[in-house]
Each structure stands twice: as C-alpha cells, then as structure tokens.
Design a protein around this ligand. Structure first.
Ligand SMILES: [Zn+2]
Length: 202
C-alpha cells in the first residue's frame, strides 16, 4: 500500500550550477531555486501518483502534498542533503506535521555519502518496503504489520501512526476506490476494443 519510490528527481547540469553557487540554500529566493522546486514538485507528483511517501494515502486525504526532506535540512541537522535526489519526496501534511515527521532526526548513523547513512525509518527510496512491512487486506480495513522483526518498520509505524484505526480504514477506502476505478477503466477499454473490431468487420 505504500509505494516504493524508484524515480528520484535528477538535477540537470544547469540546475546543479544554480545549487552549487555559494550561499545557496533550499530557502534562497533565487529564481532558479524556485524553478527547481516547480519541476521537482511536478516530477514527484507524477511518480508518486500524488500519494504520500510515508503513509501511502493520497495527499488530499489530509491536506496537500509537501516536498519533504527525509533527512531534515534544518540548522544543526542535515543541510548538506538539501538537494540530494534520494532525500527528496512528497509527504502529506499530516505525516509532515509537527506531531509526526517535521524536524524528526531520521538518521541513526551519518555518512558523508547519503546512501550510506543508516536511517531509523523505512526509507521511501532506499529500503525494500516488502521486506519491512506486511499487509492484511480487507474491505473495511487494510492492516499493517512488521515484517522480519524490522526496527525500521516499528519506528515508521510508531512515528506515522500507520496502525491507527483512522489510517487502517483510510487505506481500505483508497484501495476500494482504486479497484472500482480499474474496473471502470477496464470496461471502457473493452468497449473501445469491441467498437474497433466491429468497425473492422463492416
Ligand atoms: Zn502521509
């Protein structure tokens, strides 16, 4: 139910030039930074299908999607990873709120190379979600549980309240809606195919 992310945003040479200009931070009011954020937003919306990287629910269930730094960029934390592709994903407002992720320090052991850091939670890009989470699908509830006694899964479930009744029911509603949409799209595709065949025969 939580989609594994596989398409991080890749910065162009021109964008890298903008980012590497001295004193440029995520919050710089430069036009080129603003443009990067626009392109990044649309890339992530497309690849995440507008679903939160942490809870898997559509952003609009809890507000809007926000660009999330998986290792937080704040002062004293990890500003060096502000523009690291694998550190950028979109989260729903609830998961990114001050009661959940916000400035939560997600790194257990730091490394200069982002991908070699050890994270406390299931990483949207770097971790195999199927290894960490197990699912039990029902019409009214989609239950989540810890697979392989994973400490990361335990921490993600605690931090994002992934096993709450609200989340559990919201996942079932979303799954039911997706199944209905798929059925509808399949029937439209079949109808169109039949029309084509009939035309061919005439
Ligand atoms: Zn979320």
């Amino acid at each position: 139910m939580i989609v594994q992310l596989v398409n991080p945003y890749l910065f162009s040479a021109q964008e890298n030039l903008c980012i590497s200009t001295p004193n440029t931070t995520w919050n710089s009011r430069k036009i080129c930074i603003n443009d990067i954020k626009i392109r990044l937003n649309s890339h992530l919306d497309h690849h995440q299908q507008e679903k939160c990287c942490f809870c898997g629910l559509l952003y609009d269930r809890t507000g809007r999607g926000e660009i999330e730094h998986i290792a937080p960029k704040g002062t004293g934390l990890y500003p060096q990873f502000s523009f690291t592709s694998n550190n950028l994903a979109k989260a729903c407002q609830l998961c990114n709120s001050s009661s959940m992720k916000h400035t939560y320090d997600s790194i257990e052991t730091i490394n200069a190379v982002y991908e070699l850091c050890e994270f406390k939670i299931v990483h949207p890009y770097l971790d195999d979600h199927n290894y960490h989470y197990a699912w039990n699908y029902g019409n009214r509830e989609v239950l989540i549980s810890v697979n392989n006694n994973s400490d990361k899964a335990k921490e993600s479930i605690r931090l994002f309240e992934l096993d709450s009744v609200k989340r559990t029911r919201a996942r079932a509603q979303q799954r039911n809606q997706e199944r209905l949409d798929n059925l509808y799209n399949t029937s439209i595709a079949i109808k169109n195919r039949i029309k084509e065949v009939l035309k061919f025969k005439i």
